[in-house]
Design a protein around this ligand. Structure first.
Ligand SMILES: *Cc1c(COP(=O)(O)O)cnc(C)c1O
Length: 231
């Protein structure tokens, strides 16, 4: 039982230290506990240790977990979202972090219009230009966000999200995180994300979240460092 609690406490300490090293307010960094393919008992341990924000990559798996765990928790969607699952995703997640094409944004917006409500989203950027990964190419970010703003009034685009190329040495990922921050600042200055020059930047996973925080992450998505290896 104690293990997940200890992991969470260690990660929260590291988050605080990384933010302070960068002269940032630690309160500006939120920990998304990624519980994809984790058994319910482990998630319950994290809840018992005070974690309320979770990330899931699979819509139907998340729906089952949310039914079991109750609605006091907050879930972000962080996987690849097919347009035909957009409705379910819009109903159960509080943020869709992986909006990666206008077509998906439109599917979400259309569903939201029917319910007369809004939903928060992040634009996923393929910052490493990897063919196997989803996300908008960096040079297309401004135009895609402008199209979403014009055509999807019920999507509140709060910021950007990325999964940079995996590198053994987290320092090697730093330039990608820094480029993400520059992109986000540019989009915020153009009024395309966030409000009042404040925006979300979701980047950093188990092995590189500290570097991501030093470069400006406001959401870090940590799975195995909290829960252990996935089943
Ligand atoms: C699985 C996943 C994570 C968490 O990865 P860990 O290495 O287990 O911390 C973060 N972000 C995304 C998009 C993921 O799919």
């Amino acid at each position: 039982m104690a293990l997940i609690q200890e992991n969470l406490e260690r990660i929260r300490r590291k988050i605080k230290a990384a933010a302070e090293r960068a002269g940032r307010d630690p309160e500006q960094v939120r920990l998304v506990a990624v519980c994809k393919r984790m058994p319910l008992e482990r998630i319950e341990e994290a809840v018992a240790a005070g974690q309320t924000l979770f990330g899931e990559s699979f819509v139907l798996e998340a729906r089952e977990k949310i039914l079991e765990l109750g609605s006091k928790l907050t879930f972000h969607f962080i996987g690849h979202l097919q347009s035909n699952k957009a409705k379910v995703a819009a109903d159960i997640f509080s943020v869709i972090e992986t909006i990666d094409r206008l077509k998906l944004a439109k599917a979400l917006d259309q569903h939201l219009a029917g319910q007369q409500r809004t939903l928060a989203g992040l634009l996923q950027v393929n910052i490493g230009r990897e063919p196997q990964k989803s996300g908008v190419m960096p040079e297309d970010v401004v135009s895609v966000l402008a199209a979403i703003k014009a055509e999807c009034p019920r999507l509140e685009m709060q910021g950007l999200m990325a999964i940079p190329p995996y590198q053994e040495d987290p320092e090697a990922v730093r330039p990608f995180f820094a480029e993400m921050r520059r992109l986000a600042e540019d989009c915020a200055a153009k009024g395309l994300i966030g409000a009042d020059n404040r925006f979300e930047l979701s980047m950093g996973m188990s092995h590189d979240f500290e570097v991501a925080i030093e470069e400006g992450a406001t959401l870090v998505r940590v799975g195995t460092a909290i829960f252990g290896s996935r089943v």
